[in-house]
Design a protein around this ligand. Structure first.
Ligand code: PMP
Length: 351
């Protein structure tokens, strides 16, 4: 605690991401993709003209925004890019959610959202998940300063279809509805086609998961030109460039290789379903997932102890300390071999 900190910073509990271990572990704790990015990304790194690094990047990131617009079936004016979707989310909180009325969100969702509420002094209104651990969209009404949730949700894994999101947008018309689609490529249904119909819908996405590029920070938002302009106003006020030239070239290369993208996500989905069945065989309740992770709990074995036991045997998963999730482990989907090791290790505890 420092006397130089402002009152907000004194009260702030920063978001703590999953551990990035130094030693070699089977790392199933931060939902990274176990497969490498598209081969074209390697070619960019090899061939990138170093002289270009002398110059500032394009302040409008047009090339990457154009590539994303093509991929997502929208116009360039409907696309915004930033350094990871976390940055895009932060800018969206600043641009849209600093309102007199509270921001509505599920009580269990991405734990970064409450951090930004505290930082920006935004009041939060939470709605409980339903008894299937799904976001209860019916609970969200028009009387709020905005709505935010992840779809599919994190860390629960369930995603609502586009029609359900459209139903919400018919009710909430006077504030921004932000749908965070960090995991949508693993079996969810994207709300991006609704952007043309609903000027208050903002959809965020990332290259960190399905594009295997968490190590370069690349995220984006899709929304009506008026929302994109709102994000640009905040961003420009920091006098910062959107993303660097190298990240832009890498992002474009990743988008160009559809075959690689499809093959990797198919592998992750197949491994996820197999893992879920095997967890169930071991007595776990493993929630259905449209993401690259599974949330699971065992009726007999304590999640905190399982977490420690796995860690001692070189396997890192996520255990959240919160009351609601105390019984659960969140397990990212790794390669088949990694998941075999996980299951074999769990077998030694649970049989
Ligand atoms: N949204 C959700 C729901 C996430 O789980 C994450 C990753 N932890 C992010 C956004 C941020 O992803 P990134 O900043 O890597 O794009």
């Amino acid at each position: 605690m420092s006397k130089f900190w402002s009152p907000v910073v004194r009260e702030l509990t920063p978001y703590v991401p999953g551990e990035q271990p130094r030693e070699r572990l089977i790392k199933l704790n931060t939902n990274e993709n176990p497969y490498p990015p598209a081969p074209g990304v390697g070619a960019v790194l090899r061939d990138f003209p170093t002289d270009h690094l002398r110059l500032y990047p394009d302040p409008e990131s047009r090339a990457l925004r154009q590539a994303l617009a093509r991929e997502l079936g929208v116009t360039v004016e409907e696309v915004f890019v930033g350094n990871g979707s976390d940055e895009v989310l932060a800018l969206a909180f600043h641009a849209f959610f600093c309102q007199a009325r509270p921001l509505a969100m599920p009580d269990i969702t991405y734990s970064f959202y409450p951090v930004y509420c505290r930082l920006y002094g935004i009041e939060r209104r939470t709605h409980a998940l339903d008894d299937q651990w799904q976001v209860d969209l019916e609970a969200f009404g028009p009387d709020c300063g905005g709505v935010i949730f992840a779809n599919p949700n994190a860390p629960t894994g369930h995603g609502h279809g586009r029609d359900a999101i459209a139903g919400l947008l018919e009710r909430v018309t006077e504030s921004v509805v932000l749908v965070d689609e960090a995991y949508v490529d693993f079996g969810g249904e994207s709300a991006v086609p609704l952007v043309a119909r609903y000027p208050n819908l903002l959809v965020t996405g990332t290259f960190s998961k399905s594009r295997s590029l968490a190590g370069i920070r690349l995220g984006y938002a899709v929304g009506s030109p008026e929302l994109i302009e709102g994000l640009e106003r905040v961003k420009d006020s920091f006098n910062s460039y959107p993303i660097d030239s190298l990240a832009s070239a890498i992002g474009i290369a990743a988008l160009e290789d559809r075959e690689h993208f499809e093959a990797c996500r198919e592998k992750v989905i197949t491994t996820r379903e197999r893992t879920r069945r095997r967890l169930a065989d071991l007595g776990f309740e493993a929630l259905p997932s449209q993401t690259n992770f599974i949330l699971a709990r065992h009726s007999e074995f304590d999640a905190a102890q399982l977490f420690v036991g796995l860690r001692e045997r070189g396997i890192l998963v996520r255990h959240f300390g919160s009351d609601a999730l105390r019984d659960f482990l969140r397990i990212s989907i790794g390669t088949e071999d990694e998941m075999n090791s996980l299951i074999e290790t769990l077998e030694t505890f649970c049989r």
